[in-house]
Write a protein that binds this ligand. Sequence first.
Ligand code: GLC
Length: 856
Amino acid sequence: MLFSLLQVSCNICPMSLIKISIANRCRRAFKIIVCCAASGLIFTARADNAANTNAAPGWHILDNLGAPAWDGKILSYHGSQGTLAIIPLSDDVIRVRFTSAQEFGRDHSYAVINQDPGAPTVSAKIDNDIATLRTASLEVTVRQSPLRISFANTNGEVMDADDAQFGTSLSSDGSFRVAKELPDDAHVYGLGEKSGVLDKRGWKLGGYDYVMWNSDTFGYDSGTDPMYVSVPFYMVMRNGEAHGIFLDNTWRSFFDIGHEQQGLLNFGAAGGELNYYFINGPEPKKVVERYTQLTGHMPLPPLWALGYNQCRYSYYPEARVRRLADTFRKEQVPADVIWLDIHYQDNYKPFTWNLQRFPNPQKMLSDLRAQGFHVVTIVDPHPKVEKGYAPYDEGTAGDYFVKNPDGSTYEGPVWPSNAETNPGPSVFPDFSNPTARRWYGSLYKGFIDMGVAGIWNDMDEPAVFKTPTGTMPLDTVFDNEGQPTTQREIHNVYGQLMSRSTYEGLLQLRSNERPFVLTRASYAGGQRYAAVWPGDNTSDWSSLRQSVPMLLGMGLSGFSYVGCDIGGFAGSPDGELYSRWLQMDVFYPFMRSHSTQGSPDKEPWDWGKAFEAINKRSIELRYELLPYIYNTMHQASETGLPALRPLFLEFPHDRDVTGTDNEFMFGDSLLVSPVLVQGETNHAVYLPKGDWFDYWTGQKFSGRTNIQMAVTLDSIPMFVRGGGFIFRQPVIQFTGQMPGNPLEVLVAPARESSASFYEDDGESLDYRSGQFMKRQFRQTSDDRGMTVEISGPEGSYRPAVRALILETWMARAPKGVSAQIGGAPLEKLSGWSYRNGLLRIKVNDTFQATRIVIEK
Ligand code: GLC
């Protein structure tokens, strides 16, 4: 008889600890659902039999691969069980590659675009049973018999080690697994789009296990796994020091984080090469930066896409869409984007319009553009089987579709099989074939020419209806960039490759415009092509709460441009839930309301005037903060650091935040603690080390403290870090109104701090050739006052003439304010006001070096 004891501590109401003891007599796994009565949060956990599969029949542990050879770049082993290479790519990144074959196959990756992140200085020492590689930051030890690998820092402190008993195991069916030690004090994060909690170590006893297999998971809950996206990357943090492991393998893979055995972290895949990267920190930010150096950064999005997006399944006919646009403008609720879901198409066929519903799409798009709206249309990966329909005819002629093993074209039912008239099956472009990828990307031409602004790729897991697996058969055949394989290997990367086809297609068609692509499915590295939203969530409080750890995990895994359906896709939120969701999504990089077919609309004014005012205020806050948001997204595009950050990323040495996933940082200066609980009136916030200022009142708090604050329906608890700079602006109705709008710079006092602020035209690629403006802002404060220095600009872009308004909180009105602009002498300023503790100083933004001195 086996016993498991699970303890769940609720993150929202830390006092409630739920303990469950289960006598597990049978050999089958089972699911437990726990509902915390206080928070309404639902935890779902799978509990398995505790037998160790490392030692299961059919598996053998990798033993002795013989003596190594070091050629100055690669440490290689060739033995009867296979071939191993340890490759230092930089001082901080080590690649481990193993195949059970005698030679490595093609070295190919859909994720890694940079195999050369830095020239390492490596010394090798080869003894009888042990080989050691030393770089400037790491020591890699490979024990020969039995084969075990470990990574230590230069102090000899082991960060990551193969488990002494199990090491690496291979199965006769081509699967492999690696068992690593998981110390008791290790926290594990990442793994991309995963439900549950932020720290994947999770349960006090028995961790979590996760699978990577892109899946269409309508109405998922906190225990649903796998989901739409696969990112086989995790970060381990102990005592504030972090490292990462990226398993670059697109096959079905799994990650067992202390679940099967408390002290073991197992990962593996159903086939392909064992190919992983050890990524050093020790700061967790460094791990994310180095991981995204390998797999790429999100491109800078167009500014309009960072505004408010309104979607439903589906807005039609044209009159409905126009009414929607008019209502936004009439109600003065800011918005930039209207989305068209599958009903705009002719019988759900990609690249078509239903001309009864939308008789003149081009005219509609240009009229909407004149009102300041951009339109994004859905385009799925499944052209209908229909002679005379160009995407089908051309794709057939070009031989671009996924094949059955017998060479015939695979056909399966998706949306076109549900069409009201003339339903039929679909074919699926083989996006792993570069020619097919380019071809599908070129099909957007008609849409682009008529004024469609961005593309939404959905169902790209790929989802197939009426099959038990929800996708294509595993033996369907793909080109795989010239080395044919089956869906087993391509499935997880299909969505990433579809969004690549779209991104590259749009870039080709509009060579100086930033593409905007949203995808549901993706794989590691997919951040280079598209924003991601985690599909079909549900209109309940649990789904709202769950989105925070999920999106924080995405950000840690390279995907910075993320956001979930506001209000929940499936179901119908009440006014309170919708408003809370919208308030939280002000800080989700992608901000879109969406609603499933047949459910009530989820528009900001749908719950009566009182809620409309609250919702309008939330969207206005988004537009006020856009300069800060854009600056943060620019930083993400350059460094890979996500906009949405778990507290531990900013405060790795604060032991109280290792599992915090009900509040987060947006960028480096704003801490957001959204209200996630129905009916809450008293809200608990944890503030890490340092000074914090309530964004709304300027009230100062000293960190490493828990505070309680009264909240009402319109409260959005948020705090500015001492020394933080918040770049903002007065409300506008859409991003096209930004030129000429004043730039407001809110500075939270600290002894000394600085920030850089980036601007450009918001839509073209000219920034790549220097047409941007970047300025450094620096402040110093003491008892006598505050000085703010703004550097002269870097880059050749200059915004339209506007005012610059410097704001800061002060206990009393200042004695005086003076400014020095360009080379001019310091002059007293009269253009300032002081009200309710906030000082506002107005100058012309001349884009010259400026110094503003505030005397207390
Ligand atoms: C899928 C998408 C959803 C979309 C629907 C119809 O369920 O996840 O967002 O509205 O398909 O296209």
